[in-house]
Design a binder for this molecule. Structure first.
Ligand SMILES: NC(=O)C1=CN([C@@H]2O[C@H](COP(=O)(O)OP(=O)(O)OC[C@H]3O[C@@H](n4cnc5c(N)ncnc54)[C@H](OP(=O)(O)O)[C@@H]3O)[C@@H](O)[C@H]2O)[C@@H](O)CC1
Ligand SMILES: Nc1ncnc2c1ncn2[C@@H]1O[C@H](COP(=O)(O)OP(=O)(O)O)[C@@H](O)[C@H]1O
Length: 310
């Protein structure tokens, strides 16, 4: 049965109505004329996800650093940290303003703290297996400097929210960010970064071109989230629902994707796993909840992954 791309877009366009979406990620190898648009299926996730190993310890699952939060948006940093924690990273450290320290220790005692001033000690950042910057960070001069430091560090990063808005004004940073980074914009952030678009079809084509140019993965968030890989192929995430439309939900997704990067998955695999389980956790909760808070969703993630693996 053919699935058409227009079914996954909030608007339709003559071009999108003609595009067929392959079901499953592995179609490329089995059909002569494969489509660049692929629908993620549970079999694809089973092929990617690895069970936790019997002889393992916290070091096995990586150390994630989250650079996020400002005085009035500290919650975004905490939600990102909870996504990372519940996503199974071995160790999670957040770099937030000192004013958030008490909230961090109260809400998430498993998470460690790194002073903002230590972010300029580039060598000390090399020990992290995954770094994310942006949620609730603000656009102040300090945030721009942190973005500059991460470009100098030249390691792949997960870039979200305010860090995306900073990059939208700094092509020099955007183009020099390490390849295999992951960008996680919603519609407004995407258009801020790459220019206004009249249709979702146009937005997707820009996403494909930019993912190739940057050599990175773009996670274009929407009701159906599009994961665009370094070759410009588009993976469509089928999970998620309107009960999830509450603030902070994207911060949890960002933390979850970062957890998978810390655990050693490739940028593409981490983005696919993160989006799929984020939406699936929401779908499970929506069976008994009219709406879902971001914190609730984070706590559901290990339950969802466990039941999926059974
Ligand atoms: N607890 C905390 O600390 C939280 C902190 N947060 C942090 O705050 C920072 C700024 O966040 P922000 O909400 O002010 O700006 P932003 O998300 O850019 O939205 C601006 C406008 O864009 C639109 N829009 C948004 N999403 C859309 C979508 N999916 N699809 C389509 N349109 C969408 C929408 O416009 P409208 O559609 O209403 O015209 C909206 O009004 C950022 O760092 C973030 O991490 C939040 O995560 C919340 C919890
Ligand atoms: N109706 C919906 N259907 C599916 N997913 C949704 C829906 N509403 C929100 N989401 C998901 O929630 C997240 C919202 O992200 P974002 O807009 O960045 O939130 P925030 O900035 O508040 O953290 C995205 O991953 C999006 O796919």
């Amino acid at each position: 049965m053919a699935v058409f791309l227009s079914a996954f877009l909030p608007d339709s366009d003559a071009s999108s109505k003609l595009q067929v979406v392959d079901e499953g990620l592995e179609k490329a190898g089995t059909e002569n004329e494969s489509s660049p648009y692929k629908l993620i299926e549970s079999a694809d996730i089973k092929a990617i996800i690895e069970p936790r190993k019997p002889f393992s310890h916290k070091g096995t699952y990586g150390h994630a650093l989250i650079v996020a939060g400002a005085l009035k948006t500290m919650g975004a940093a905490l939600l990102t940290a909870s996504g990372c924690l519940y996503g199974g990273a071995g160790l999670t450290t957040v770099s937030i303003p000192e004013s958030g320290l008490m909230a961090l220790n109260t809400a998430l005692p498993e998470v460690m703290y790194l002073e903002r001033s230590h972010l300029i000690k580039i060598k000390s950042l090399k020990k992290y297996n995954a770094i994310v910057i942006g949620p609730g960070l603000g656009k102040l001069f300090e945030a721009v400097c942190m973005m500059e430091e991460l470009v100098v560090l030249n390691v792949p990063v997960v870039v979200d929210a305010d860090a995306l808005n900073i990059l939208s004004k700094r092509d020099d940073l955007l183009l020099h960010l390490a390849k295999n980074s992951i960008f996680t914009p919603h519609l407004k952030e995407f258009d801020c970064l790459f220019g206004e678009h009249k249709s979702w079809w146009d937005r997707l084509q820009t996403g494909r071109r930019m993912a190739k140019k940057l050599g990175s993965v773009i996670v274009l968030k929407n009701q159906y989230t599009f994961i665009i890989d370094q070759q410009g192929d588009v993976m469509i995430n089928p999970t998620g629902n309107p009960a999830m439309s509450q603030g902070g939900m994207g911060d949890v997704l960002t933390g979850l994707i970062t957890a998978y990067v810390a655990q050693g998955y490739s940028a593409k695999a981490a983005a696919i796993l993160g989006c799929y389980f984020h939406g699936r956790a929401g779908d499970e909760l929506a069976l008994s909840h009219h709406n879902i808070t971001a914190s609730q969703l984070a706590a559901q993630i290990p339950v969802t992954v466990k039941s999926f693996l059974k």
